[in-house]
Design a binder for this molecule. Structure first.
Ligand SMILES: CC(=O)SCCNC(=O)CCNC(=O)[C@H](O)C(C)(C)COP(=O)(O)OP(=O)(O)OC[C@H]1O[C@@H](n2cnc3c(N)ncnc32)[C@H](O)[C@@H]1OP(=O)(O)O
Ligand SMILES: O=CC(=O)O
Ligand SMILES: [Mg+2]
Length: 729
């Protein structure tokens, strides 16, 4: 067990204590004793409330399970089911209309629509990269991904492939023609961009001088007006820089010496303490908090080897240009950072009660991540995160309004304890549990003075859909879930309620993750649906994906779409989409499933599950790219694991699978996963010693004990097994 320091009746892990005492508190203006006293008061007050909320979850789930068992083999009556959900307080009556009144929200959240990057905060290399992903090279994003085809000699080669490069240049120019068109001709014909009398003068190959159709989109430049090194545009609130540098190899093939198109990309980033990391004890929590501290103090650094060279990565500075008024124009060089705390379920030994009980991790996260954020608010960093003086905390996995009210109250108490004005902490609500989706309006009301985002976390939400209705019958195939009634009702209703509660211009309405990190071409052709649906941000898994997804926000003006939607809502009665939302995605036509279909479904789930779990348990890696059965790399995190484990568990429970069949698949797929990891020297193979392999046992538990897991969450079992592994290593 970790060593602890006793503070006001609580035992604080020594590593955390030292971090807070020596690195966090200095410079915050908060004295040590006052802080530990606040911590103790907050735990005294909120631990019992937190525990009571978890008991409510258990009771509701037990009643839902019982209802389905009572109605087994009877025709399903939707109205009766909904009435039952109301009777048990799962479904709450919506109250009067209202609008949120959140203030001091940064423009990246309130008014400018764009990509939102998510990153595991435990990984400093990635966390820094994400903070710096505010600006990204469009040329690199295109060249390095499948957006540019490999046909006709355009493949990725060891050295620079000029054929591929030419395609990249052409693609980027078509984009410029779309969003900043010239009065005549195309950006591909340009031989020079110059500035004269506050206007952009563009010379084409035929010698003609033209300009922009929308002059106001040209906002700044760098260098000499006759010979600028950068031209800056703004479209839909997002910046585009044409970088001009004749010394760069790619510029030599360009008549206007364009070296790159740099796009403002990840407007905001969520630094994640939750589903993409594996922090199981006080030591791990301290490492995560230390990275957040480095980001808030602006001094986080990571030395790494890249392309044979050793580099030190740190936060990028702001970007400066010359504005059209000849004054310096400074733009943020870093993404606006949110921090995602954990939810209400887990506990951690970073702090123990006097009875050696672990404290709720979510309460600790709220307190420590806020304390650390004081460095940003107090200007202790050479960089600014929130120019509005706010702290952005995403709260995941909350079930219904009373759990949101709990977080709201906790944040108010933390603010008071740390001397902050009430509502300095802005809350992001993940709409990812069914009891939150069905009561979304009331959830928003419960945080209406601090709400900064709602986001459809469809991955957790799918896991909860399966678990909540575990007893109702076998669920639809995983891949086909996206065609089910509930999910479109969920996505549309989230936007509708968000707009009707006044989020436009004040907060984000966000959409979920693109979970196929290497399929950027597919992302480009489909993820435009997110801004088109009225969402002003959507999640991407990497900086490259952010630079590509931002193209959608240049093409779609989300504020206009939201405005039109609001008008439409006021003219028509809203359809009652609650029944659709509550339509359980049961497998239809089970007889049509062949033996092979069932086996494929199982093998695919098992492969993803094992591929993820083995890295989680053995390496403490909370988010991985794992090949599925078709060899497509999938982003796996605890939410996708929740889906696969619950899905197998559900089919097993309803007899579509046998225990032996699941075991056979687990063992066969373990060998496949072992092979996939063969180049990793630190990898511990699962086959053939399955019984003694901790990761393999974790995988079995997730399936065979899946029904009993609270809300079908994977973290209790993952934590238990990782702690077991850490103890033997
Ligand atoms: C349901 C939910 O809760 S979704 C939210 C949780 N999910 C996430 O946060 C996804 C975060 N993404 C990731 O962790 C990764 O992109 C993965 C695991 C999906 C893929 O990782 P890898 O296989 O290592 O990616 P790949 O090899 O293609 O790229 C690695 C490079 O991209 C960078 N990178 C990849 N993802 C990110 C990211 N999210 N933020 C910043 N940089 C990133 C790395 O820093 C690295 O670059 P570097 O060598 O310069 O440091
Ligand atoms: O947190 C996101 C999700 O989809 O779950
Ligand atoms: Mg989630």
């Amino acid at each position: 067990m970790n060593k602890h320091v006793i503070k006001h009746g609580y035992k604080v892990a020594e590593s955390l204590y030292n971090l807070v005492e020596h690195e966090v508190l200095p410079g915050t203006g908060i004295d040590s004793e006052g802080f530990w006293q606040t911590l103790a008061y907050i735990f005294d007050e909120f631990i019992p409330k937190n525990q009571a909320l978890l008991v409510t979850r258990e009771h509701m789930q037990a009643k839902i399970d019982a209802w389905h068992l009572d109605h087994k083999n009877q025709p399903f009556e939707q109205q009766k089911y909904q009435q039952f959900l109301s009777d048990i307080g799962y479904l709450i009556e919506e109250q009067d209309d209202f609008s949120i009144s959140t203030s001091y929200v940064d423009e990246e959240v309130a008014t400018v629509a764009g990509p939102q990057l998510v990153v595991p905060l435990m990984n400093a290399r990635f966390a820094l990269n994400a903070a710096n992903a505010r600006w990204g090279s469009l040329y690199d994003a295109l060249y390095g991904t499948d957006v540019i085809g490999e046909d006709n000699g355009a493949g990725v080669t060891k050295n620079y492939n000029a054929i591929r490069g030419a395609r990249v240049q052409a693609y980027a120019r078509r984009f410029l023609d779309d969003v900043i068109p010239l009065t005549q001709g195309s950006h591909i014909e340009v031989t020079s961009y110059q500035v004269a009398n506050g206007k952009l003068v563009v010379t084409l190959q035929n010698g003609e001088q033209v300009s922009l159709v929308n002059q106001e989109k040209f906002v700044a430049f760098k260098g000499d007006k006759q010979n600028p090194s950068a031209i800056l545009f703004k479209n839909n609130g997002l910046h585009i820089e044409i970088k001009i540098d004749p010394s760069m190899p790619v510029a030599k093939t360009d008549p206007a010496s364009v070296a790159d198109i740099i796009l403002e990309s990840a407007l905001s980033t969520i630094q994640d303490c939750e589903d993409s990391i594996a922090a199981v004890d006080g030591e791990d929590k301290t490492a995560v908090y230390r990275n957040w501290l480095g980001l808030m103090k602006g001094d986080l650094k990571e030395t790494l080897k890249k392309n044979g060279a050793t580099i030190t990565r740190e936060l990028n500075g702001d970007r400066t240009y010359t504005g059209l008024d000849e004054q310096e124009l400074t733009l943020p060089g870093r993404s606006l950072l949110f921090v995602r705390n954990v939810g209400h379920l887990m506990t951690n030994d970073a702090v123990l009660t006097v009875d050696n009980e672990e404290v709720p991790e979510g309460i600790l996260d709220g307190l420590i991540t806020t304390l650390i954020s004081l460095h940003d608010l107090k200007g202790n960093s050479k960089y600014k995160n929130s120019r509005q003086g706010s702290i952005y905390i995403v709260k995941p996995k909350m079930h219904g309004p009373e759990e949101v009210a709990f977080s709201n109250e906790l944040f108010t108490r933390i603010e008071a304890g740390l001397g902050l004005a009430t509502n300095t902490i802005k809350m992001g609500i993940m709409d990812e549990e069914r009891r939150t989706s069905v009561n979304l309006k009331e959830c928003i009301r419960a945080a209406k003075n601090r709400l900064a985002f709602i986001n459809t976390g469809f991955l957790d939400r799918t896991g909860d859909e399966i678990h909540t209705s575990m007893q109702a019958g076998p669920m639809a195939r995983k891949e086909l879930m996206k065609n089910e009634k509930w999910i479109s009702a969920y996505e549309n209703r989230n936007v509708r309620i968000g707009l009707q509660t006044g989020l436009k211009g004040k907060a984000q309405i966000g959409k979920g993750m693109w979970a196929i990190p290497d399929e950027m071409s597919a992302m480009l052709s489909t993820k435009i649906a997110h801004p088109q649906s009225g969402a002003n941000c959507a999640w991407v898994p990497s900086p490259t994906a952010a630079t590509l997804h931002v193209l959608h926000y240049h093409k779609v003006n989300v504020a206009d779409i939201q405005g039109a939607m609001l008008e439409q809502f006021s003219e028509s009665n809203n359809d009652d989409d609650l029944s659709d939302l509550l339509t359980i995605p049961l497998l239809q036509n089970q007889e049509a499933l062949s033996v092979e279909d069932i086996q494929n479904e199982l093998d695919n789930n098992v492969q993803g599950l094992l591929g993820y779990v083995v890295r989680w348990i053995d390496h403490g890696t909370g988010c991985s790219k794992v090949p599925d059965i078709n060899n497509v790399g999938r982003m796996e995190d605890r939410a996708t694991l929740r889906i696969s484990s619950q899905h197998i568990c559900n089919w097993l429970h309803h007899g579509l699978l046998s225990k032996e069949q699941v075991m056979e698949s687990l063992k066969r797929m373990a060998a496949v996963v072992d092979l996939q990891n063969i180049t990793d020297a630190a990898y511990i193979p699962m086959a053939p010693n399955f019984d003694s392999n901790i990761a393999f046992n974790a995988a079995m538990d997730l399936i065979f004990k899946g029904k009993e897991q609270p809300s079908g969450y994977t973290e209790p079992l993952l934590h238990q097994r990782r702690i077991e592994l850490k103890a033997v290593n």
